[in-house]
Design a protein. Structure first.
Length: 248
């Protein structure tokens, strides 16, 4: 994961990482302590690791941040700060930058590959042609140019985009919840499931993800292979892709 730092830095993003195995994990303040106190032990470690990862990501872009409280299940960042947090297999990652209007932010880490059968939970029929049917080894690093996508890659792309489009840095675990974003505002949240987002290829091995109900709100996502898993993160709004532009 640390090899991704230059790639993210080129996009103006800071990367933070933490694990549940770090010794002596402690909340950064009373709000985090209160939230963690009601959680089962495993979830508490994941929660605290995610908060540490977010603070480290913000520090990577020159921003300090104390404790990160919650509104419902959503993290609430101080004004001028924004981060997106993801957990997988005991590892927490976060991407961050200074908050700004119109700048989407979202990431997703998936270290446990999804089976092909999970495609029906992620994709609709008009997206299935994107899948890679070749039986080839999965290599870490940049995905092959022109290759099809795995279910895990497409899931991660949609998950990262969902967080960005929601404007909160959280994801489908919070479907239907309203919460405060980085500036204390209540953004309009997408509703439904990942199948209500449409994914398609873009230039340079990226993909474009947009809400089917509001296709003008497209974002560009990069998905990088990490070991046997993937890491997806949103770059920016996708310019020049109006509602009538074709994705696939």
């Amino acid at each position: 994961m640390s090899a991704l730092r230059p790639l993210l830095a080129a996009a103006g993003l800071g990367l933070g990482m933490a694990t549940v195995r770090e010794p002596g994990p402690r909340p950064a303040g009373p709000a985090e302590a209160a939230a963690a106190a009601s959680m089962p032990a495993r979830r508490r470690l994941e929660f605290l690791a995610g908060r540490r990862a977010a603070r480290r990501a913000l520090r990577a872009v020159g921003l300090d941040c104390g404790e990160i409280p919650r509104s419902g299940r959503l993290p609430v960042f101080p004004p001028g700060r924004a981060a997106s947090i993801s957990h997988s297999a005991g590892i927490a990652v976060a991407v961050a930058r200074a908050a700004g209007p119109g700048l989407p932010l979202g990431c997703d880490l998936e270290l446990r590959p999804l089976p092909r059968a999970a495609a029906r939970l992620v994709l609709r029929e008009d997206e299935e042609e994107l899948l890679d049917d070749r039986d080839e080894p999965f290599h870490a690093g940049s995905r092959p140019t022109g290759a099809g996508w795995t279910v895990t890659e497409l899931f991660s792309a949609k998950e990262a985009a969902w967080k960005a489009l929601a404007g909160t840095g959280t994801g489908p675990a919070c479907f239907g919840e309203a919460g405060e974003g980085p500036q204390g505002l209540r953004p309009a949240r997408p509703t439904g499931s990942l199948r209500d987002l449409q994914v398609g290829p873009a230039e340079d091995g990226l993909c474009v993800v947009r809400p089917r109900a509001d296709p003008a709100r497209a974002v560009r996502v990069r998905v990088v292979r990490v070991g046997t898993g993937v890491f997806g993160y949103v770059l920016d709004p996708s310019p020049g892709l109006g509602p009538s532009a074709a994705l696939i």
